[in-house]
Ligand binder design. Structure first.
Ligand SMILES: [Zn+2]
Length: 443
């Protein structure tokens, strides 16, 4: 199986399924090629499944189960982000094998995940394994540009399933993480399962003045006004707190922790001020405890000697569960004052937090422990980045994000970057992981 499985991944990588917000830049013949490839490589899925296409290229494949129990949903996307070809050591769409790795854009994000999932399903079908529940494969073709786009494959498929009254037992997508447990007093690798996602918001701050020549400036320019507002927002950080997801995470990690952190974290309410202070020092832990707000873009006048009539700064905001687009707007407006106009773009609320005390979650936890017995702990966590799976919150008992491969930190850095690659050994283990997971989840 493994040789064919590697070849299937190589073939998938060779399709240049690059996503652009400007859809006219997308080469849809490459998406068609990808679909044709998987049709050839996974004949049993395509023979047994009911296949529907949405927005042209997103695929919904339903494999019927024996019972009427709530179905399971396995998500993935086969689009990728663009490459800067000159920085690659191997051709980004070559699917080259070198030193035990397959190289190429999408090997980790996330064709490796998608193909290993398809391998697992195909293999179960070849063993004549009978699904108890319906199994839905939801494969999006434009995840990288966001589920908020009106033609998002994931959102369109979700709307279709919602109309049919489908309610999943569980939905699984990309996005879990493997971390070094050291900073939490744990010796070794910790697997994190994403149980929710922060919200997203772009805030445009604008100051307007009459403009004029820069040789006779007013007391404060429009540009300085918005800069001041942006600085105010970064200095007055949103309050940090433990939310449902972080509480569930620390509860799950606690048994594996060593003293003194074990003691501190098991008395979290008592040591809250201390723990929050320490944890908000670092950007990665701060991000799971508070809403973050950071200035990312600025625009002013068109020439160095001209005052801006309109100066704007865009801040990117990631909203913690418990807060909302509305509450963020109110706080921002009261901080920057009435003279600054606050406009919201691309607002998405934080998701609810999927439970980690139900059988659906336990299946993922159990499977992870079985296949990766050397991991020191498995725990739920809040994702700070967005995935397509957010659209299924409210349509499943649990929506979970998993990392099926034991990817090393160094290799994780190649995601959305140069020389993306997956270790073949990890990829093959991922297929076995998915087989067990799907077997349990679908029965
Ligand atoms: Zn992805």
């Amino acid at each position: 199986m493994s040789e064919a499985a590697i070849n299937h991944l190589q073939r998938a990588i060779r399709c240049k399924t690059v996503s652009y917000k400007d859809r006219s830049l997308m080469d849809f013949s490459e998406f068609e090629k990808f679909i044709e490839n998987i049709r050839q490589d996974f004949p049993l899925i395509f023979a047994n499944g009911q296949i529907e296409r949405f927005v042209g290229y997103s695929l919904l494949i339903k494999l019927p189960g024996k019972s009427k129990l709530p179905p399971i949903g396995l998500m993935g996307h086969f689009d990728v982000v663009p490459v800067r070809e000159e920085n690659w050591l191997e051709p980004p769409f070559g699917g080259v094998i070198k030193d035990g790795f397959v190289y190429g854009r999408g090997t980790l994000d996330m064709k490796g995940h998608v193909i290993s999932m398809l391998e697992a399903v195909e293999s179960l079908l070849s063993e004549e394994f009978e699904f108890e529940r319906d199994v839905y494969l939801m494969l999006g073709h434009n995840e990288e540009t966001g589920s908020i786009m009106p033609d998002s494959g994931a959102s369109t498929i979700r709307d279709h399933l919602k109309q049919q009254g489908i309610y999943f037992s569980m939905v699984v997508d990309e996005g879990g993480a493997l971390i070094d447990g050291k900073s939490l007093g744990i010796d070794g690798t910790v697997a994190l399962i994403g149980v929710g996602e922060k919200g997203y918001l772009d805030i445009e701050l604008t100051a307007t003045q009459s403009g004029g020549h820069a040789s006779m400036p007013p007391k404060i320019s429009a540009m300085a006004q918005v800069c001041e507002a942006a600085v105010k927002l970064e200095k007055n950080k949103f309050p940090a707190s433990f939310n449902d997801a972080t509480n569930a995470m620390f509860d799950a990690l606690n048994p594996a922790m060593k003293k003194p952190l074990k003691f501190l974290f098991s008395h979290r309410s008592l040591f809250k001020p201390l723990l929050l202070k320490v944890m908000t020092e670092k950007p990665d832990t701060a991000a799971v405890l508070r809403t973050t707000c950071v200035a990312t873009m600025a625009s002013g006048s068109f020439a160095p000697n001209v005052l801006a009539q309109k100066a704007s700064i865009v801040c990117n905001v990631r909203i913690i569960p418990g807060e909302s687009v509305e509450s963020v707007k109110n706080r921002v407006q009261s901080l920057v004052g009435e003279q600054i106009e606050v406009k919201l773009h691309n607002g998405t609320e934080p998701t609810d937090i999927s439970p980690s005390n139900i059988r659906e979650y336990e299946i993922i936890e159990e499977t992870t422990k079985e296949h990766y017995p050397h991991f020191k702990a498995v725990a739920p966590y809040l994702m700070v980045a967005a995935t397509d799976s957010r659209v299924y919150h409210g349509m499943a008992k649990g929506v979970y994000r998993i990392a099926p491969f034991e990817t090393e930190k160094e290799d994780m850095k190649t995601v959305h970057a140069d020389n993306e690659r997956i270790k073949i050994e990890h990829y093959i283990k991922g297929i076995e992981f998915f087989k067990s997971l799907i077997k349990k989840a679908s029965s």
